[in-house]
Design a protein around this ligand. Structure first.
Ligand SMILES: *Cc1c(COP(=O)(O)O)cnc(C)c1O
Length: 379
């Protein structure tokens, strides 16, 4: 695990603290989720629900709410008793699924840039990650390149749409091409859909399990942290066919055993919030995206406008840099802002070199201040 010992978030957050910079590095909202969901957590604590070890695979009320959510938004039918496991965030759900499905030496294919946990959890499973580039500046998936990366050792395809860090939302057509690869090579698919509700401009999130033939080979991952803006609560889940979920349950119960007791009850209420919540949430985030992207453009950066997630990506070359790392190291002193270089989400450091990720899940006044600083520094 030595290669995973430091994370860029530590270095960049320390830089932000030392310089007083605005931190657009780490992806957490600076506004909490709905008050009704907070009150539900307080009520659960007061009424003594979840203060002691909850059931190992999640409280039944939450498992039922997750199943109802999959039905309501995607017409996916799952059995809350056998097809759901609640975890300590999407993070533990992903790690437990990889540990459950992989033997040492197996290969996992994933698009790069990837979420850093994918690399570390693959190493924990003593498996080998194989990266397929999502090439900038468009960052669209290439199913033919994916298929070329598959070998007879490939066991798992790890997908993420809406995609962190690029903000790409895979289209139904792109997913259908990927599904053919999964089918031809008999891969199990882990579909990380943590940002399922954070999509913009009327684009739709297509769960991988809704593609023909994919439900029986797909473990879908969800996150209350992302969907309800409560990233500190660490409630996530995996859903899928009973045999795969049974394997995930065995591993997961030996990791954290259980977690987030009262918060599980609150998340069950949160997932049932009316459409007005979900639309308002995406609309608000979309306007923050627009504010940030306009400001980045005005500062002279070349922006790939994201269709989803918390993040926008820029190419830093128009500002005279050819290396995103060098740019991000200078940025706090030059402009009083922190961002994250794509390089840290790649095996091949040259692959993401000119690209930098910026988080817009921050209050409009914070984003306005940040883009003002960037304009003063660069424009
Ligand atoms: C934040 C994030 C997660 C982890 O979610 P938690 O519920 O906070 O553990 C998983 N995948 C992606 C792509 C993320 O950005």
């Amino acid at each position: 695990m030595r290669e995973h010992s430091s994370t860029v978030f530590g270095e960049m957050s320390a830089l932000a603290a030392r310089t007083g910079a605005i931190n657009l590095g780490q992806g957490f909202p600076d506004t909490d989720g709905p008050d009704v969901v907070k009150r539900a957590a307080i009520r659960a604590i007061t009424e003594g629900r979840g203060n002691q070890y909850p059931p190992a695979h999640g409280v039944p009320e939450l498992r039922r709410a997750i199943a109802a959510h999959q039905q309501r938004f995607y017409r996916i039918d799952i059995d809350p008793d056998t097809d759901v496991v609640v975890a300590t965030g999407a993070s533990e759900a992903i790690a437990a699924t990889l540990l459950a499905l992989l033997e040492p030496g197996d290969e996992v294919v994933m698009f790069a840039p990837w979420f850093d946990l994918y690399a570390a959890a693959t190493s924990l499973a003593a498996a080998t990650r194989v990266s397929v580039p999502l090439a900038g500046p468009a960052f669209r998936p290439d199913a033919a390149a994916l298929e070329r990366a598959v070998t007879d050792r490939t066991r798992v395809l790890l997908l993420n749409s809406p995609h962190n860090p690029t903000g790409t939302v895979f289209t139904r057509d792109e997913l259908a091409q990927i599904a053919l690869v999964a089918e031809r090579h008999d891969l199990v698919v882990i579909s990380d859909e943590a940002y399922e509700h954070l999509v913009f401009d009327g684009s739709t999130h297509v769960p991988f399990a809704t593609l023909p033939g994919m439900a029986e080979r797909t473990v879908t991952i969800g996150s209350a942290g992302k969907s309800l803006s409560m990233t500190g609560w660490k409630v996530g889940w995996a859903t899928g066919p009973a045999d795969l979920i049974a394997a995930v349950r065995v591993v997961r119960q030996h990791l954290s055993y259980v977690s987030s007791g009262p918060f599980q009850w609150a998340v069950a209420e949160g997932l049932a919030l009316p459409d007005s919540y979900w639309h308002g949430f995406a609309d608000q985030l979309q306007s923050q995206r627009d504010l940030l992207c306009a400001g980045l453009t005005a500062a002279g950066l070349s922006v790939t406008v994201p269709q989803g997630t918390y993040f926008a990506t820029t190419d830093v070359r128009p500002l005279g840099y050819d290396d995103g790392w060098a740019f991000c190291r200078d940025l706090p002193d030059r402009a009083g802002v922190v961002a994250i270089p794509h390089e840290v989400f790649h095996d091949d450091p040259d692959a993401g070199k000119p690209y930098v990720r910026w988080a817009f899940c921050k209050r409009p006044e914070v984003l306005t201040e940040a883009v003002g600083r960037l304009r003063n520094a660069f424009a």
